[in-house]
Design a protein around this ligand. Structure first.
Ligand SMILES: [Zn+2]
Length: 245
């Protein structure tokens, strides 16, 4: 009987018999404070959970997380723009091919002109993104019409090998990447690139400053990317298309 009473007392929040005479926990003046603290902790946990969920929802731009190319897209607006342009150009070229339309000058297409398609300020330099986009679009349109494989991803994967995304030197890396790409595919220089001095990235040269090292890392990877991603003009593209299968 005494046992049952003790259980009842515990259930009611009363202090067991050995503490008889002392004030009940519920009656103590500190209890409402403890309760408020518990509620605050629970609310905080809910807020942290919500903030994490919201952050995760707007965080991963599809090229900047989750695959082998992501570190490169994160580090270089040019490379990232190239991927956007490449995807859009390939889609457009494939559409024209499937519909039996003749190849068009891709520079006249609306999708080509919309070179900031999908751009967001967190990607980095907008003008460099647009340059990459245009290069990617032209390459992809040609690849698609000539029934070549979707090669930008493979090229970017090679160029991204061993990269660790780092905020430090991100801008220099991007400038170097575009410059390395241009070294194989000359384009008219961008006005802000022309003004700035760029380090000499010859293999033998030792880069003293972190900025120059980031630029030259980008330069080498940009050159590598250009080598693997750039269209190789077949002598007879029509035969290539006709002999598909
Ligand atoms: Zn993207």
């Amino acid at each position: 009987m005494g046992y049952v009473r003790t259980e009842d007392q515990i259930f009611l929040g009363r202090i067991p018999s050995q503490a008889k005479g002392q004030a009940s926990k519920l009656d103590s003046p500190g209890y409402p404070l403890l309760l408020a603290l518990e509620i605050a902790v629970i609310l905080l946990a809910v807020l942290v959970f919500l903030a994490t969920a919201l952050n995760a929802a707007d965080k991963p731009e599809r090229h900047m997380a989750g695959n082998a190319v992501a570190p490169l897209c994160w580090q270089s607006a040019f490379a990232h723009g190239f991927m956007h342009g490449y995807e859009n150009g390939f889609r457009r070229g494939d559409g024209d091919y499937q519909m039996g339309r003749t190849a068009q000058d891709p520079r006249t297409l609306a999708e080509f002109k919309d070179s900031a398609a999908g751009y967001h300020s967190e990607f980095g330099d907008k003008e460099r993104f647009r340059r990459g986009y245009r290069e990617g679009f032209l390459g992809a349109y040609s690849d698609s019409m000539h029934n070549r494989s979707f090669r930008a991803f493979g090229a970017a994967k090679i160029a991204a090998a061993g990269m660790e995304p780092s905020a430090q030197g991100r801008r220099e890396f991007d400038a170097g990447f575009a410059s390395g790409y241009d070294s194989l595919h000359p384009q008219p220089p961008m006005h802000n690139d022309a003004k700035s001095k760029t380090p000499d990235c010859k293999l033998e040269a030792v880069q003293t400053s972190p900025a120059a090292a980031a630029f030259c890392d980008g330069y080498r990877r940009g050159r590598q990317f250009a080598f693997f991603a750039a269209p190789i003009e077949e002598a007879q593209p029509g035969v290539q298309t006709a002999s598909r299968q």
